[in-house]
Write a protein that binds this ligand. Structure first.
Ligand code: VAH
Length: 323
């Protein structure tokens, strides 16, 4: 991955992956692209940036050629809750963008990464310790695009020899960039509200277990998979990965270790609860561990400690900026 084109660079994953790859491999090692430009944003200011709508294949091809990239990391997509509100737009963007990115990778012989999700599973999937290879009949448009994307990426590997790789991300928690329209976003929002108000009202109900991961582990996983020896890979699209599985009461208990009087309340959103109920409770990540040494470093309490420390500084800076 000497020169990477990243789509959706301003998103929750893209914004951190761009900065990490530039820190590891040099400013010009990442061509960051997104559909909009945000003045003063560190991703845009720190290296090559291009406006790119991923439904515009010719523009994507031009950028890939101009910068002579060797890898595409395709992140631009609508997440689960927004996709369920706008299913036709989600299909067009998630699948249209993916086909364009795969075609550019095929024509220019590029390595390729795009994430799948625990959202690629459905109610018929074994919920506990969900196997790597199992039934995938998601009941959300997001899940339909994710399982379709997995099949398409495997097809491009088998039919055209494109070096496609992917992971099924759990809910991702980070402090740098707010998530945009996901079902697991409650697990990010709760930390902000804990610091601001010592209280949070969750839109996901008590007892709803979902797999989760802290963003540093997610970024490490992408880099580790993309650098893995292809001869070790039995699977490609996409690997189960997870660091922890918890329900709202458990993340609240972890927060109370640092903010003892934190209060958790509930106002369940039926739409997002229905999505969460259709997903597994916990994944089996043994294939990722065996085939490319996946090894997450953050458990719930270590993540909570880091999130609260980093968010405290971020919120203080934001306050300073606002004044
Ligand atoms: C979402 N954060 O909630 C994403 C992710 C597993 C959840 O795919 O849609």
């Amino acid at each position: 991955m000497k020169k990477v084109l990243i789509t959706g660079c301003l998103g929750q994953i893209g914004s951190e992956l761009t900065m990490r790859l530039r820190a590891d491999n040099g400013t010009d090692s990442v061509i960051a692209t997104d559909i909009r430009r945000i003045a003063g944003n560190e991703v845009i200011e720190s290296g090559p940036f291009e406006i790119l709508d991923v439904t515009d294949k010719d523009k994507m091809m031009d950028i890939a050629r101009e910068y002579e990239v060797d890898t595409i990391i395709h992140l631009a997509a609508l997440l689960s809750a927004v996709a369920e509100e706008k299913p036709q737009l989600a299909w067009n963007l998630n699948m249209g963008g993916l086909v364009n990115a795969l075609e550019v990778a095929r024509e220019l012989h590029l390595k390729f990464f795009t994430p799948s999700s625990i959202g690629s599973f459905g109610p018929g999937t074994p919920a506990e310790n969900t196997p790597q290879d199992t039934l995938q009949r998601p009941t959300t448009m997001y899940g339909v695009t994710k399982v379709s994307g997995e099949l398409l990426c495997d097809y491009y590997f088998q039919k055209f020899g494109v070096d496609t790789r992917g992971v099924r991300f759990p809910g991702l928690i980070s402090y740098k960039t707010l998530p945009g329209g996901g079902t697991t976003d409650y697990a990010v929002d709760i930390y902000y509200e804990a610091l601001k108000n010592k209280s949070y009202t969750s839109f996901i109900g008590k007892g709803t277990h979902m797999d989760m991961m802290y963003m540093p582990d997610a970024i490490d996983a992408i880099i580790k998979l993309m650098n893995a020896d292809p001869k070790r890979l039995v699977h490609r699209n996409a690997f189960n990965i997870t660091a922890m599985s918890f329900e709202p009461e458990q993340i609240a208990a972890s927060i109370r270790k640092f903010i003892p009087d934190f209060e958790l309340k509930y106002d369940v959103d039926p739409a997002r609860q229905a999505i969460a109920d259709s997903w597994p409770d916990s994944l089996d990540a043994s294939c990722a561990r065996n085939e490319w040494d996946f090894d997450p470093q953050y458990d719930l309490d270590r993540m909570t400690k880091d999130m609260l420390e980093k968010l405290t500084k971020k919120l203080e800076n934001d306050t300073v900026v606002r004044h």
